[in-house]
Design a binder for this molecule. Sequence first.
Ligand code: GLV
Ligand code: MN
Ligand code: MN
Length: 470
Amino acid sequence: MAPRISTLILSLVFLLSIFVAVSSETDEYDDPTVKTMEAFSGYQIHEPSVQGSFSPLSVDTETLQEQIDELSTFSDAPAPSVTRVLYSEKDVQARRYIKNIMGLSGLSVREDAVGNIFGRWVGSEPELAPVSTGSHIDAIPYSGKYDGVVGVLGAIEAINVLKRSGFKPKRSVEVIMFTSEEPTRFGISCLGSRLIAGSEELAEALKKTVDGHNVSFSDAAKLAGYPNEDLSSVFLKKGSYSAFVELHIEQGPILEEEGISIGVVTAIAAPASIKVEFEGNGGHAGAVLMPKRNDAGLAAAELALAVEKHVLESGSIDTVGTVGILELHPGAINSIPSKSHLEIDTRDIDEKRRNLVIEKTHQSAISISKARDVKLSEFKIVNQDPPALSEDSIVKATELACQELNLSYKKMISRAYHDSLFMARISPMSMIFIPCYKGYSHKPEEYAAPQDMANGVSVLALTLAKLSLS
Ligand code: GLV
Ligand code: MN
Ligand code: MN
């Protein structure tokens, strides 16, 4: 074996042994990394580190927690709730905070036309497609401080961990903070990653999209500092990244209940969302007698119950449906609703079954409007996305990282959607889940324990290290 290669192997074995020393759940460690690193030995790292030149390696959990707490103060809701909506003043401040932290970690930072933020650690072979990681920092109204944030600040810390170890990536490693994973403001989920994945349909639709206060997407973007209206400039070609891995809290209870440290995501369920509007005649709540009414509010209520019925009819625990928005106009106690507006979210790991729920819901909306003599003025499928499968090689790299760090793990499905769903369109993808308290998410009680975050960051760091050499 060439001396350079053997130095490399020794260096990486040493790096991994420090990982284990700081992160393992038990003191015992049966070093399996020689084999792993032999698999990497065909690749060259410039300026290989020499044994002994590493500084002690550990996840700086304290600083990570401080950053998470600090970021949570950029919020339009009082603590412990977090509300951070796309292009709001707080969102702009939070973005500045993230760019600053990326800069402090020595990453070269760029932003695209919708404010996806990229922080790159340049590898020794920068012409190769980089490995990427990242998540979002926008927060739905009255939610918590960990959703998405762990995958952005944790990713920056994973790079810090690798840098402190003396590790030198071959492929560049890039952290992405995606714009508007949450659909709060413009009703479109994963707005930034959909565009990165090249959605011309979305780029076109955004020219006419307005928020609930009639502010257009482009005016909101301009105000937030993104005046470039050429949204096709956001598109990235397939192959722009060799891999994408997202770290995220599980948002469900399985890992915590089973006492498992890491979830290795093998697939992401297929999400869809629908907007519905009914229009009736309205009128006086006392004077208009029941047989004479065309109550748009009752049509909405009936449709909400129909959604639940159609979801349960699937017979599968994996089919879910939620009416998260139900608005009545004019919204006065003594006025029969003349208009109603519903937003329906439905998901399944089985796309066909999910599509059947959409179809049945549409049929129900039509029959309810006839029976109640109200107009079905809108039935709009906002998005109807297919599921995404993780890439085997990334799943394996993460499993191996867990084994080497002596952390328990299980393969699992993500029922929540993530930017990874769209990154899968242009890059091999996988995700790393960590437990969260009682599976709580999208509410202020959301919590991830520091040790669980440290485990997730370690696994991410080691996975990125492996992918950057492959
Ligand atoms: C993401 O926030 C989701 O709703 O799954
Ligand atoms: Mn979320
Ligand atoms: Mn999220």
